[in-house]
Design a protein around this ligand. Structure first.
Ligand SMILES: C[S@@+](CC[C@H](N)C(=O)[O-])C[C@H]1O[C@@H](n2cnc3c(N)ncnc32)[C@H](O)[C@@H]1O
Length: 390
Protein backbone atom coordinates (compact mmCIF):
# COMPACT_ATOMS: atom_id res chain seq x y z
CA UNK A 1 0.00 0.00 0.00
CA UNK A 2 1.10 3.57 -0.66
CA UNK A 3 2.69 5.08 2.43
CA UNK A 4 3.40 8.79 2.98
CA UNK A 5 6.44 7.85 5.06
CA UNK A 6 8.05 6.43 1.91
CA UNK A 7 7.85 9.80 0.24
CA UNK A 8 9.58 11.35 3.23
CA UNK A 9 12.34 8.76 3.16
CA UNK A 10 12.83 9.09 -0.58
CA UNK A 11 12.76 12.90 -0.43
CA UNK A 12 15.22 12.96 2.45
CA UNK A 13 17.48 10.49 0.68
CA UNK A 14 17.43 12.55 -2.52
CA UNK A 15 18.09 15.72 -0.52
CA UNK A 16 20.91 13.99 1.35
CA UNK A 17 22.44 12.86 -1.94
CA UNK A 18 22.09 16.36 -3.27
CA UNK A 19 24.04 17.80 -0.37
CA UNK A 20 26.67 15.08 -0.59
CA UNK A 21 26.92 14.80 -4.34
CA UNK A 22 25.57 18.07 -5.67
CA UNK A 23 22.63 16.57 -7.59
CA UNK A 24 21.10 19.10 -9.96
CA UNK A 25 17.54 18.19 -9.00
CA UNK A 26 17.73 19.21 -5.36
CA UNK A 27 20.73 21.46 -5.02
CA UNK A 28 20.43 24.35 -2.58
CA UNK A 29 21.26 27.66 -4.22
CA UNK A 30 23.30 28.84 -1.26
CA UNK A 31 24.51 25.34 -0.39
CA UNK A 32 23.74 26.18 3.25
CA UNK A 33 20.63 24.11 3.84
CA UNK A 34 21.20 20.56 5.03
CA UNK A 35 18.00 19.39 3.34
CA UNK A 36 16.59 21.35 0.43
CA UNK A 37 13.51 20.17 -1.41
CA UNK A 38 13.63 22.00 -4.69
CA UNK A 39 12.59 19.31 -7.16
CA UNK A 40 11.97 21.86 -9.88
CA UNK A 41 14.73 24.34 -9.08
CA UNK A 42 14.52 28.02 -8.24
CA UNK A 43 13.92 31.30 -10.01
CA UNK A 44 16.09 33.84 -8.27
CA UNK A 45 15.42 33.04 -4.63
CA UNK A 46 11.89 31.76 -5.20
CA UNK A 47 11.60 28.00 -5.19
CA UNK A 48 9.41 26.77 -8.02
CA UNK A 49 6.22 25.06 -6.92
CA UNK A 50 6.67 21.28 -6.64
CA UNK A 51 4.72 20.19 -9.74
CA UNK A 52 4.04 21.60 -13.20
CA UNK A 53 0.34 21.06 -12.54
CA UNK A 54 0.37 23.24 -9.42
CA UNK A 55 2.56 25.88 -11.01
CA UNK A 56 0.25 26.21 -14.01
CA UNK A 57 -2.79 26.52 -11.76
CA UNK A 58 -0.96 29.16 -9.72
CA UNK A 59 -0.06 31.03 -12.92
CA UNK A 60 -3.65 30.86 -14.14
CA UNK A 61 -5.02 32.17 -10.83
CA UNK A 62 -2.39 34.92 -10.76
CA UNK A 63 -3.52 35.98 -14.24
CA UNK A 64 -7.14 35.94 -13.06
CA UNK A 65 -6.19 38.12 -10.10
CA UNK A 66 -4.51 40.57 -12.48
CA UNK A 67 -7.71 40.77 -14.55
CA UNK A 68 -9.94 41.14 -11.48
CA UNK A 69 -7.79 43.81 -9.85
CA UNK A 70 -7.58 45.86 -13.04
CA UNK A 71 -10.53 45.70 -15.44
CA UNK A 72 -13.11 44.11 -13.13
CA UNK A 73 -12.28 46.37 -10.18
CA UNK A 74 -12.36 49.44 -12.41
CA UNK A 75 -15.84 48.48 -13.66
CA UNK A 76 -16.98 47.89 -10.08
CA UNK A 77 -15.56 51.20 -8.84
CA UNK A 78 -17.18 53.16 -11.66
CA UNK A 79 -20.45 51.42 -10.98
CA UNK A 80 -20.20 52.24 -7.27
CA UNK A 81 -19.49 55.90 -7.95
CA UNK A 82 -22.54 56.02 -10.21
CA UNK A 83 -24.78 54.29 -7.65
CA UNK A 84 -23.52 56.54 -4.86
CA UNK A 85 -24.27 59.60 -6.95
CA UNK A 86 -27.81 58.42 -7.66
CA UNK A 87 -28.25 57.95 -3.89
CA UNK A 88 -27.06 61.54 -3.29
CA UNK A 89 -23.40 60.93 -2.30
CA UNK A 90 -20.33 62.44 -3.93
CA UNK A 91 -17.39 60.12 -4.75
CA UNK A 92 -15.31 61.69 -1.94
CA UNK A 93 -17.99 61.83 0.73
CA UNK A 94 -18.44 59.87 3.94
CA UNK A 95 -21.30 57.36 3.96
CA UNK A 96 -22.68 55.40 6.92
CA UNK A 97 -22.10 51.67 6.38
CA UNK A 98 -25.85 50.92 6.68
CA UNK A 99 -26.51 53.31 3.78
CA UNK A 100 -23.63 51.74 1.81
CA UNK A 101 -25.26 48.31 2.19
CA UNK A 102 -28.51 49.66 0.75
CA UNK A 103 -26.71 51.31 -2.16
CA UNK A 104 -24.27 48.54 -3.15
CA UNK A 105 -25.36 45.34 -1.41
CA UNK A 106 -27.54 43.91 -4.20
CA UNK A 107 -25.63 45.23 -7.17
CA UNK A 108 -24.57 42.47 -9.62
CA UNK A 109 -21.38 44.18 -10.81
CA UNK A 110 -20.13 44.84 -7.26
CA UNK A 111 -21.00 41.29 -6.21
CA UNK A 112 -19.44 39.70 -9.29
CA UNK A 113 -16.11 41.37 -8.53
CA UNK A 114 -16.30 40.22 -4.92
CA UNK A 115 -17.24 36.65 -5.87
CA UNK A 116 -14.45 36.40 -8.47
CA UNK A 117 -11.79 37.85 -6.15
CA UNK A 118 -12.81 35.69 -3.24
CA UNK A 119 -13.03 32.44 -5.24
CA UNK A 120 -9.65 32.94 -6.91
CA UNK A 121 -8.00 33.83 -3.60
CA UNK A 122 -9.60 30.84 -1.85
CA UNK A 123 -8.78 28.40 -4.59
CA UNK A 124 -5.10 29.39 -4.46
CA UNK A 125 -5.06 28.73 -0.70
CA UNK A 126 -6.78 25.40 -1.13
CA UNK A 127 -4.33 24.18 -3.80
CA UNK A 128 -1.26 25.21 -1.79
CA UNK A 129 -2.57 23.73 1.45
CA UNK A 130 -3.25 20.42 -0.27
CA UNK A 131 0.13 20.32 -2.06
CA UNK A 132 2.28 21.04 0.99
CA UNK A 133 0.33 18.66 3.21
CA UNK A 134 0.65 15.89 0.60
CA UNK A 135 4.43 15.84 1.20
CA UNK A 136 4.12 17.18 4.72
CA UNK A 137 6.79 15.07 6.39
CA UNK A 138 9.42 16.09 3.87
CA UNK A 139 8.61 19.81 4.18
CA UNK A 140 8.63 19.59 7.97
CA UNK A 141 12.00 17.80 7.88
CA UNK A 142 13.36 20.53 5.62
CA UNK A 143 12.38 23.28 8.10
CA UNK A 144 13.61 21.27 11.06
CA UNK A 145 17.01 20.73 9.45
CA UNK A 146 17.34 24.44 8.67
CA UNK A 147 16.74 25.25 12.35
CA UNK A 148 20.08 23.66 13.23
CA UNK A 149 22.14 25.91 10.97
CA UNK A 150 22.81 29.58 10.34
CA UNK A 151 23.42 32.24 9.33
CA UNK A 152 21.07 33.77 11.86
CA UNK A 153 19.00 31.88 14.38
CA UNK A 154 15.48 30.91 15.38
CA UNK A 155 14.00 30.75 18.85
CA UNK A 156 10.61 29.05 19.13
CA UNK A 157 8.51 29.32 22.26
CA UNK A 158 6.09 26.39 22.56
CA UNK A 159 4.85 27.81 25.88
CA UNK A 160 3.83 31.16 24.35
CA UNK A 161 0.20 31.93 25.11
CA UNK A 162 -1.26 32.76 21.72
CA UNK A 163 -3.96 35.44 22.10
CA UNK A 164 -7.38 34.44 20.89
CA UNK A 165 -7.37 37.28 18.33
CA UNK A 166 -4.33 35.72 16.58
CA UNK A 167 -6.07 32.39 16.02
CA UNK A 168 -8.47 33.37 13.24
CA UNK A 169 -8.12 32.20 9.66
CA UNK A 170 -7.06 35.69 8.65
CA UNK A 171 -7.63 36.56 4.99
CA UNK A 172 -9.07 33.06 4.56
CA UNK A 173 -5.73 31.32 5.01
CA UNK A 174 -6.53 27.71 6.00
CA UNK A 175 -5.65 27.21 9.67
CA UNK A 176 -4.53 30.83 9.99
CA UNK A 177 -0.91 31.76 10.74
CA UNK A 178 -0.66 29.74 13.95
CA UNK A 179 -2.74 26.64 13.23
CA UNK A 180 -1.25 25.25 10.03
CA UNK A 181 2.32 23.89 9.95
CA UNK A 182 2.65 25.13 6.37
CA UNK A 183 1.29 28.63 7.00
CA UNK A 184 4.60 30.13 5.83
CA UNK A 185 4.68 28.13 2.60
CA UNK A 186 1.04 28.99 1.87
CA UNK A 187 1.49 32.67 2.77
CA UNK A 188 4.51 33.02 0.49
CA UNK A 189 2.92 31.69 -2.69
CA UNK A 190 -0.56 33.04 -2.01
CA UNK A 191 0.79 36.54 -1.42
CA UNK A 192 2.82 36.23 -4.62
CA UNK A 193 -0.51 35.69 -6.31
CA UNK A 194 -1.97 38.65 -4.38
CA UNK A 195 0.91 40.85 -5.64
CA UNK A 196 0.33 39.38 -9.10
CA UNK A 197 3.94 38.36 -9.55
CA UNK A 198 5.33 41.78 -8.61
CA UNK A 199 6.87 40.51 -5.36
CA UNK A 200 8.31 37.16 -6.47
CA UNK A 201 11.81 38.42 -5.69
CA UNK A 202 10.69 40.55 -2.70
CA UNK A 203 10.65 43.66 -4.90
CA UNK A 204 7.94 45.25 -2.74
CA UNK A 205 9.73 44.57 0.53
CA UNK A 206 13.06 45.77 -0.87
CA UNK A 207 11.29 48.98 -1.86
CA UNK A 208 9.75 49.43 1.61
CA UNK A 209 13.16 48.84 3.24
CA UNK A 210 14.66 51.45 0.92
CA UNK A 211 11.96 53.97 1.91
CA UNK A 212 12.44 53.44 5.65
CA UNK A 213 13.75 56.63 7.28
CA UNK A 214 17.03 56.37 9.21
CA UNK A 215 17.62 57.95 12.62
CA UNK A 216 18.93 61.52 12.28
CA UNK A 217 22.35 60.56 13.68
CA UNK A 218 22.68 57.79 11.09
CA UNK A 219 23.46 55.12 13.71
CA UNK A 220 21.79 51.81 12.79
CA UNK A 221 23.18 48.94 14.81
CA UNK A 222 20.01 46.98 15.58
CA UNK A 223 16.76 46.62 13.67
CA UNK A 224 13.52 44.81 14.57
CA UNK A 225 10.82 43.64 12.15
CA UNK A 226 7.55 43.29 14.10
CA UNK A 227 4.98 40.73 12.91
CA UNK A 228 7.63 39.64 10.42
CA UNK A 229 5.68 36.75 8.88
CA UNK A 230 8.13 34.95 6.58
CA UNK A 231 10.77 37.66 7.07
CA UNK A 232 10.75 39.31 3.66
CA UNK A 233 11.08 42.78 5.18
CA UNK A 234 13.78 41.59 7.61
CA UNK A 235 15.97 40.20 4.79
CA UNK A 236 15.31 43.38 2.80
CA UNK A 237 16.44 45.53 5.76
CA UNK A 238 19.54 43.34 6.11
CA UNK A 239 20.18 43.97 2.45
CA UNK A 240 20.04 47.72 3.02
CA UNK A 241 21.92 47.70 6.36
CA UNK A 242 24.34 44.73 6.01
CA UNK A 243 26.26 45.64 9.17
CA UNK A 244 23.20 45.90 11.42
CA UNK A 245 21.96 43.04 13.61
CA UNK A 246 18.48 42.27 12.29
CA UNK A 247 15.82 40.68 14.51
CA UNK A 248 12.37 39.52 13.44
CA UNK A 249 9.49 38.41 15.66
CA UNK A 250 6.11 36.88 15.01
CA UNK A 251 3.47 35.15 17.12
CA UNK A 252 3.24 32.26 14.63
CA UNK A 253 5.86 29.51 14.69
CA UNK A 254 5.01 28.17 11.19
CA UNK A 255 5.63 31.61 9.69
CA UNK A 256 9.08 32.11 11.21
CA UNK A 257 10.12 28.50 10.65
CA UNK A 258 9.60 29.00 6.93
CA UNK A 259 11.11 32.50 7.17
CA UNK A 260 14.25 31.24 8.89
CA UNK A 261 14.69 28.44 6.34
CA UNK A 262 14.35 30.96 3.56
CA UNK A 263 16.78 33.43 5.15
CA UNK A 264 19.35 30.64 5.59
CA UNK A 265 18.89 29.69 1.96
CA UNK A 266 19.45 33.32 0.97
CA UNK A 267 22.53 33.55 3.19
CA UNK A 268 20.86 36.38 5.16
CA UNK A 269 21.65 36.57 8.87
CA UNK A 270 18.33 37.20 10.63
CA UNK A 271 17.50 36.38 14.24
CA UNK A 272 13.92 35.10 14.36
CA UNK A 273 11.97 34.76 17.58
CA UNK A 274 8.44 33.60 18.33
CA UNK A 275 7.05 36.38 20.52
CA UNK A 276 4.21 38.85 20.80
CA UNK A 277 4.65 42.35 19.46
CA UNK A 278 3.01 43.56 22.71
CA UNK A 279 5.69 41.87 24.79
CA UNK A 280 8.88 41.43 22.77
CA UNK A 281 11.23 40.59 25.64
CA UNK A 282 14.00 42.92 24.40
CA UNK A 283 15.71 45.38 26.77
CA UNK A 284 14.76 49.09 26.96
CA UNK A 285 16.25 51.31 24.24
CA UNK A 286 17.63 48.31 22.34
CA UNK A 287 16.78 49.16 18.72
CA UNK A 288 17.64 51.97 16.31
CA UNK A 289 14.79 51.06 13.94
CA UNK A 290 11.56 49.15 14.51
CA UNK A 291 9.65 48.45 11.32
CA UNK A 292 6.42 46.61 10.51
CA UNK A 293 4.45 45.84 7.39
CA UNK A 294 0.71 45.08 7.43
CA UNK A 295 0.73 43.88 11.04
CA UNK A 296 -1.60 46.46 12.56
CA UNK A 297 -4.80 45.86 10.58
CA UNK A 298 -4.62 42.26 11.86
CA UNK A 299 -4.61 43.10 15.57
CA UNK A 300 -7.42 44.38 17.78
CA UNK A 301 -7.93 48.01 18.74
CA UNK A 302 -6.83 47.07 22.26
CA UNK A 303 -3.62 45.40 21.05
CA UNK A 304 -2.54 48.19 18.66
CA UNK A 305 -1.72 50.85 21.34
CA UNK A 306 -0.06 48.17 23.50
CA UNK A 307 2.24 47.28 20.60
CA UNK A 308 3.03 50.96 19.96
CA UNK A 309 3.78 51.39 23.68
CA UNK A 310 6.18 48.42 23.55
CA UNK A 311 7.91 49.98 20.53
CA UNK A 312 8.36 53.20 22.56
CA UNK A 313 10.07 51.15 25.25
CA UNK A 314 12.50 49.21 23.04
CA UNK A 315 13.54 52.10 20.76
CA UNK A 316 16.53 54.16 21.81
CA UNK A 317 16.19 57.97 21.93
CA UNK A 318 16.27 59.24 18.33
CA UNK A 319 15.32 55.76 17.09
CA UNK A 320 12.73 55.41 14.36
CA UNK A 321 9.45 53.46 14.21
CA UNK A 322 8.16 52.89 10.67
CA UNK A 323 4.86 50.98 10.58
CA UNK A 324 3.26 50.52 7.17
CA UNK A 325 -0.32 49.41 6.82
CA UNK A 326 -3.67 50.07 5.22
CA UNK A 327 -4.63 53.53 6.30
CA UNK A 328 -6.13 53.86 9.76
CA UNK A 329 -7.69 57.17 8.80
CA UNK A 330 -11.15 56.48 7.33
CA UNK A 331 -11.23 57.36 3.64
CA UNK A 332 -14.31 59.48 2.88
CA UNK A 333 -15.34 57.60 -0.24
CA UNK A 334 -18.47 55.44 -0.46
CA UNK A 335 -16.68 52.84 -2.64
CA UNK A 336 -13.68 52.54 -0.27
CA UNK A 337 -15.86 52.42 2.82
CA UNK A 338 -17.87 49.55 1.37
CA UNK A 339 -14.84 47.72 -0.04
CA UNK A 340 -13.13 47.90 3.36
CA UNK A 341 -16.24 46.37 4.91
CA UNK A 342 -16.28 43.64 2.22
CA UNK A 343 -12.65 42.84 3.03
CA UNK A 344 -13.52 42.60 6.71
CA UNK A 345 -16.63 40.47 6.20
CA UNK A 346 -15.79 38.26 3.24
CA UNK A 347 -12.01 38.08 3.32
CA UNK A 348 -11.96 37.13 7.01
CA UNK A 349 -10.18 40.23 8.26
CA UNK A 350 -11.79 40.38 11.73
CA UNK A 351 -9.84 43.42 12.96
CA UNK A 352 -9.71 45.47 9.76
CA UNK A 353 -12.55 47.78 10.81
CA UNK A 354 -11.07 48.23 14.29
CA UNK A 355 -7.80 49.42 12.76
CA UNK A 356 -9.71 52.05 10.79
CA UNK A 357 -10.17 54.49 13.59
CA UNK A 358 -7.25 53.63 15.92
CA UNK A 359 -5.72 56.94 16.98
CA UNK A 360 -2.14 56.13 15.98
CA UNK A 361 -0.86 59.66 16.61
CA UNK A 362 -2.18 59.64 20.18
CA UNK A 363 -0.79 56.15 20.82
CA UNK A 364 2.60 57.20 19.50
CA UNK A 365 2.70 60.33 21.67
CA UNK A 366 1.67 58.27 24.67
CA UNK A 367 4.60 55.95 23.92
CA UNK A 368 7.10 58.84 23.76
CA UNK A 369 7.24 58.88 19.97
CA UNK A 370 6.81 61.96 17.80
CA UNK A 371 4.66 61.09 14.76
CA UNK A 372 5.31 62.77 11.42
CA UNK A 373 1.58 62.68 10.74
CA UNK A 374 1.91 62.00 7.03
CA UNK A 375 -0.87 59.43 6.97
CA UNK A 376 -3.88 61.23 5.63
CA UNK A 377 -7.48 60.41 4.84
CA UNK A 378 -8.10 59.30 1.30
CA UNK A 379 -4.91 57.27 0.91
CA UNK A 380 -5.23 53.50 0.79
CA UNK A 381 -1.87 52.83 2.32
CA UNK A 382 -0.45 54.58 5.40
CA UNK A 383 3.19 55.10 6.30
CA UNK A 384 3.81 56.94 9.56
CA UNK A 385 7.21 57.64 11.01
CA UNK A 386 7.45 58.01 14.80
CA UNK A 387 10.74 59.17 16.26
CA UNK A 388 11.57 58.43 19.89
CA UNK A 389 12.01 61.65 21.83
CA UNK A 390 15.52 62.29 23.10
C1 LIG B 1 -0.22 40.13 7.09
S1 LIG B 1 1.04 39.30 7.94
C2 LIG B 1 2.43 40.32 7.52
C3 LIG B 1 3.71 39.56 7.51
C4 LIG B 1 4.93 40.31 7.05
N1 LIG B 1 5.17 41.51 7.81
C5 LIG B 1 4.97 40.61 5.57
O1 LIG B 1 5.69 41.53 5.19
O2 LIG B 1 4.35 39.89 4.78
C6 LIG B 1 0.79 39.70 9.65
C7 LIG B 1 1.72 38.92 10.54
O3 LIG B 1 1.60 39.45 11.87
C8 LIG B 1 1.64 38.39 12.80
N2 LIG B 1 1.02 38.84 14.04
C9 LIG B 1 -0.28 39.12 14.27
N3 LIG B 1 -0.47 39.55 15.53
C10 LIG B 1 0.76 39.53 16.13
C11 LIG B 1 1.22 39.86 17.42
N4 LIG B 1 0.41 40.31 18.36
N5 LIG B 1 2.54 39.72 17.70
C12 LIG B 1 3.39 39.25 16.76
N6 LIG B 1 3.00 38.92 15.50
C13 LIG B 1 1.71 39.07 15.19
C14 LIG B 1 0.93 37.26 12.09
O4 LIG B 1 1.24 36.00 12.63
C15 LIG B 1 1.41 37.45 10.64
O5 LIG B 1 2.56 36.70 10.38
Amino acid sequence: MFNRRNIFEIASAIAGLAVAGGSKTAEAKSGLLPIDITPRGEVGHLKRLPTVDLESKHDFLTGMMQFINSDVSKASRERMNKLAKVAGYEANQDVPIEAAHKIFGEDPVVNTRLRMWSSVHNHEHYLLDEAFHADGDAYLAEMEAAEKVGPGSIKLDPSLKIPEYCRYEIHQQPGGYCGNPFAGHIYHYATNQFYRGANDQDERHLGYAKDCPSPADGKVLRILDLGCGIGQLATSMKNRFPNAEVHAIDVAAPMIRYGHMRAVDMGSEIHFKQALAENTGYPDGHFDIVISYILFHEVTKEAAPKIISEVGRILRPGGVFYPMDFNHVPAPQPSRIYNTWLDHRWNSEPWRLQWVGVDVDAAMRQAGLVPDNKSTAGQTFGKITGTKSA
